[in-house]
Ligand binder design. Sequence first.
Ligand SMILES: [Ca+2]
Ligand SMILES: [Ca+2]
Length: 190
Amino acid sequence: MTAQNSAKRRRAFLGAAALLLCAWSLFCGYLHDGAFLAPWHDAAFSADVDGDGAPERVVVEGRAARVERGNDVLWESDPAWLVESLLCCDIDGDGANDLALLVWKRGSYGASRPFWVERDEPVYSQHIFLFHWDGGPKPFWMSSALRPELASWAFEQDGTIAVRTKAGEEARLYWRTWGLDFLPRASSPL
Ligand SMILES: [Ca+2]
Ligand SMILES: [Ca+2]
């Protein structure tokens, strides 16, 4: 092999390595910002979030949620969350509207975690966060990582949440004594 050929092969190898490094960086960047997590859809609707009889504006935009009244922003979701969808409905049946967020976040736990869990998961997982409105959103139930993950959801007249999983299965979530749970298949209205 001539010195010229050897130099060519070295340059080709370095070029391929640089390309691979660029591709890997882009892939990690996409993973970092959650681009592969869900088809993100902006949405906006009116609902009486605080129960005063007048509607507020509920907005999901750019993976974040907010509640507006006129020109005022009453609440914005945590920037660490990627908000996929938001419902405003009475999920726990107490007569007052609640906010339900379908959220992607890193890890299964918040600021505190069980003592036996040394380190939270670094990858994104899907969660449901529920809030009462009492002068602002007060969290009252936050799920661990959803299994199965949800592709869509909608609040139904019977007080349940109709969901479709990413595998295409349809099911209902309902408010049990404390927390959302899947309706047993036999009692599902579907
Ligand atoms: Ca209101
Ligand atoms: Ca409620």
